[in-house]
Design a protein around this ligand. Structure first.
Ligand code: PMP
Length: 460
């Protein structure tokens, strides 16, 4: 039986009766009913009622090569027929994760040559945390186990991921976080830069918050600093150019490992394979997932530096950690094909040289001037639009987040999928967007902003 035999109302009733959704107020969802996305092709998604929506979020920051790629389906089909599953435990391996590891070592920064697989970004960050602490224990410094993160960071939804992250609402539901994780100031210029402070100085001040925490805790107690190159779910917060070099310098000075979370930024989104390359960062661990398979299969790869890997291998003993689906052959086959397509179609270079700069200019020229918009910013194919009541004072509408939600709803009604986080609209298009599609997106966003402005004016 296929879903076509069910009406939307029937599917919504079953959904409400049996399906608990992620990041959802279930009472609210059951009252409203879920939109059923049933088909997707290229840059568009389609719902059960036949509405075509331009997907400004690449699913959830993952469908970098766009929807409907037969080659990925064929790669999965062929692998499933030959070997649908076998594990990489107990001195076994399968060919696809082996070959994928080689490819990943080729495209990653030079000091990252080993990968550990999981099925999600959250799992990869759990692994990274365990690995980093284990590294220091093997180095004879088990007390060097504290990790420094940032406010509004997002590193996943497992207990370790939530503890590493800096989302207050999520911490409120932790009922016991992983210990020894501190959260410091984020490099969010729009709200935190002082009047008269240069971008450069603001970046250094935000990085100094990390150094202050290292000094407070004692460098001998600090294992690592973790950060997203651009804070994604927290609102596409792009640090000033001075921030990451200073973080790198501080980490080296105090022998603190640098854990980079590239779950969103990896695989082309910033105009290089990884933001580490766009920003000149040399991490000790690098977490990736999402666009590794363009979301066609669940797969994560944690990159481990030569320094950390050599201790794990040489001083080793068993690392008691792994997942049933670590190195899943089908997911790895899909990843290999996905990376081949990204390369073959020159998607990363196009974002770097052509569509990324066009996207940045379009946001500035067509969106930034709108009465509801306090700022636009972008980095490669990551974009943000700040929604404000007053452009000059940056005053927001009350209650917090309501205006951005209104813009999002109008955007969807105008055929444009955007996400609202707090009072920031975020965009993470697939890398296949052309200049024409960027124009289409801007037109629809302006319509949504106009409609929201009208509603907000009526509401007073
Ligand atoms: N890290 C970052 C930076 C993310 O954006 C996300 C997911 N949005 C995760 C980790 C967690 O990944 P997953 O949802 O696959 O567990």
């Amino acid at each position: 039986m296929t879903y076509q035999n069910f009406s939307l109302a029937q599917l919504q009733a079953i959904d409400g009766a049996h399906h608990l959704h992620p990041f959802t107020d279930h009472k609210d969802l059951r009252a409203a009913g879920a939109r059923m996305i049933t088909y997707a092709k290229g840059p568009f998604i389609y719902d059960s009622e036949g509405n075509e929506i331009l997907d400004g979020m690449a699913g959830l920051w993952c469908v970098n090569i766009g929807y409907g790629r037969d080659e990925l389906a064929e790669a999965a089909y062929a692998q499933m027929k030959e070997l649908p599953y076998y594990n990489s435990f107990f001195r076994c391996s399968t060919p696809t994760p082996v070959l994928l590891s080689q490819k990943l070592a080729e495209i990653s920064p030079p000091n990252l040559n080993q990968v550990f697989y999981g099925s999600s970004g959250s799992e990869a960050n759990d692994t990274a945390l365990r690995l980093v602490r284990h590294y220091w224990a093997l180095e004879g410094k088990p007390q060097k186990n504290r990790v420094i993160s940032r406010q509004s960071a997002y590193h996943g939804s497992t207990i370790a991921g939530t503890s590493l992250g800096g989302m207050n609402a999520m911490h409120g539901q932790l009922y016991g976080a992983v210990p020894n994780i501190a959260h410091v100031m984020m490099p969010y210029a729009y709200e935190l830069q002082h009047a008269g402070e240069s971008d450069h100085d603001f970046g250094l001040r935000a990085a100094k918050a990390v150094e202050d925490e290292i000094l407070r805790a004692g460098a001998d107690n600090v294992a690592a600093f973790i950060g997203e190159p651009v804070q994604g779910a927290g609102g596409v917060k792009i640090p000033p150019a001075s921030y990451w070099p200073e973080i790198q310098r501080i980490c080296r000075k105090y022998d603190v490992l640098l854990m980079l979370d590239e779950v969103i930024t990896g695989y082309g989104r910033t105009g290089e394979w990884f933001a580490a390359q766009s920003m000149g960062i040399e991490p000790d661990t690098m977490t990736t997932a999402k666009a590794l398979t363009s979301g066609y299969q669940p797969l994560s790869a944690l990159f481990v530096s030569d320094r950390v890997a050599s201790t794990i291998v040489e001083k080793g003993g068993e690392f008691f950690h792994g997942y049933t689906y670590s190195g899943h052959p089908v997911a790895c086959a899909v990843a290999l094909k996905n990376l081949e397509i990204i390369e073959r179609e020159g998607m990363i270079e196009r974002v770097r040289d052509e569509t990324g700069p066009y996207f940045a200019a379009a946001l500035k020229e067509r969106i930034a001037g709108h009465d509801l918009v306090g700022e636009v910013r972008s980095f490669g194919f990551l974009g943000a639009i700040e929604i404000v009541k007053d452009k000059a004072t940056k005053e927001r509408f009350a209650p917090a987040g309501s205006a951005a939600t209104l813009v999002r709803d109008h955007a969807i009604a105008n055929g444009m999928m955007l996400r609202a986080t707090g009072d920031t609209m975020i965009l993470s298009p697939p890398l296949i967007w052309t200049k024409e599609i960027i124009d289409m997106a801007c037109e629809r966003i302006v319509k949504a902003l106009d409609a929201a402005k009208e509603d907000l004016a009526k509401a007073g």
